[in-house]
Design a protein around this ligand. Sequence first.
Ligand SMILES: Nc1ncnc2c1ncn2[C@@H]1O[C@H](COP(=O)(O)OP(=O)(O)OP(=O)(O)O)[C@@H](O)[C@H]1O
Length: 608
Amino acid sequence: MRDDGIRMGGLDKQLQGRSKATLKDVSLRRIFALFRPYLLPLAVILLLALGSAVLGLFPPLIMKRIIDQALAQHSVPQLLELSFLLVLLPVVGGLLGVWQNHENTKVSQGVMRDLRQGLFANLQKQSMSFFTHSKSGELIQRLTSDVQAVQGVISSLVVQSVTQAVIVGTTIVILFFLDWRLALLATVILPLFIMPVRRVSNIRKQLRFETQKVRGEMSAQLGEIFGVSGALLTRIFQREPEQQRQFEATNKQVMDLELRLNLVGRWYGMVIGLLGPLGTALIFLYGGYNVVHGTMTVGGIVAFTLYLGRLYGPVGTLLNLHVEAATALGVFQRIFEYQDAKPDIVDAPGAAELSDVRGEVSFCDVSFAYEPGQYALRRISFDVRPGEVAAIVGPSGAGKSTLTGLLARLYDPAEGRVLIDGRDMREVTLRSLREQVAFVTQESFMFHATVRDNLLFAKLDATQEELETACRGAYIHDLIASLPEGYDTMVGERGHRLSGGERQRIAIARAMLKNPRILVLDEATSHLDSASEAYVQAALEQLMRGRTTLVIAHRLSTVLAADQIIVLESGGLAEKGTHSQLLELNGLYARLYYTQFAKVREDGERPK
Ligand SMILES: Nc1ncnc2c1ncn2[C@@H]1O[C@H](COP(=O)(O)OP(=O)(O)OP(=O)(O)O)[C@@H](O)[C@H]1O
């Protein structure tokens, strides 16, 4: 016990030091607010619990009567009657218990559903920067097992605390009613056990927070390692042993934390366990003395010790509840953290609908930084007229993807404005803006669902005819039709059963279904063979027809066909103009042309 105490003291300090930085106090009011929609079932639960508590008060009194009256008077009818009551009361209590348990589960499951729903809704509102800063495994952990972890506490917090308090209260009254001196003796030892509870609770709260955090890290690790891309990378580089070691380390951390969590409070549990025997011994000593002197009956002592069980048991439970509830606060803290995450890209107050879009895009002095002070784009200005194609070129890391991301308001510029048809994007609703913009990137994500579902993602109410028209336009219909179940064929996670070019063409069909005015394309670099690339190219040409297009260009034909070329370098606008204008300048574009694009020409493409 001493050993635990010493260890706990060290840990206590260590965790308290850390807690200042990481843990805000989670208000109980906020937790109770979760139960507001369930006031009626809660009232039923409390009534049932009170009923059980009151029923539980009778057996010791009945036993007292059996010993002191029925047995003393040798009355068999009285004995039968009282024994029958001794059976009847627990049966009724048991039935109430079953009902209460059912209501409990309904409320706790309801609260958990609400928590998950709220978290999910808030995560859906977050901008892309939230997701680039989080690990998906960790998000899943908070939504699932963190929420699950509060289940036990939800019912204990609400129901147990009240019922146990009622049992303690009524039992103390009865004890004093039976014999005030004995009652005093039985209750004076209680404060001894209450004192350390706060400290134990705090340590457990911190440890629970830590444990869930490490569990979150573990989920994140697993999500990456066993995701298709991660699994592939691991196998190619044969990093299985290292990952095994990393996992072992996290796994051990979880185990150690759980062990510490279990250890803290074990000695305390043992002390609470001593409460009953200690109290009973005192009562038998003092009560027995009174029986010897004829001032108390044997039935009185028996009833008294039975009530003691009803006093010490619930006191122990209440104290433990405090500890358990505090432990759960650590988990609530993690859940609330995500519930409180404020989305940074939201509709401005009074934002208007963007309708009848012509498709004019303007960047006016736009600067952007992912991290404060580190600009990924600096003072970019250009205009693209409706239906025009702007090719964006530049060395790797120049800011091409960042620039296109601003167009769908995945991020907001730090300075300057992005305009569509002369209107600042931030003045229109996100929904109406994003309806007008479609992306086709190199990595075309497919959900693990049928081809049809993946297509319908772009337009939920599209008819089969619309799907087929789009797929024909994207040169993918024949392939889909040849799959075993046609449009109802499942595609694996990330569409891995389809080739890169096929996935891209499905993505193009998806964009066609969406039918936006503005298009953002990230051209495939080299992972497509020439036949596949020809299909993708033809599909893209169909898609671009009549739409304003910003294309991160890697192909010579694209830059040649573009109405203007925007050349980026280290986040700045280096040059802009047509192919021939830029070649004349003999600057960065000319250099790129002779190194990057001329290489493509050697591969068979011919400049016009
Ligand atoms: N989520 C992010 N957080 C922080 N920095 C980022 C993030 N995404 C990109 N960057 C940085 O911003 C700069 C521009 O990146 P961007 O992806 O826009 O370049 P790019 O021109 O598209 O490159 P590439 O042709 O290699 O795809 C780079 O320095 C990059 O490291």
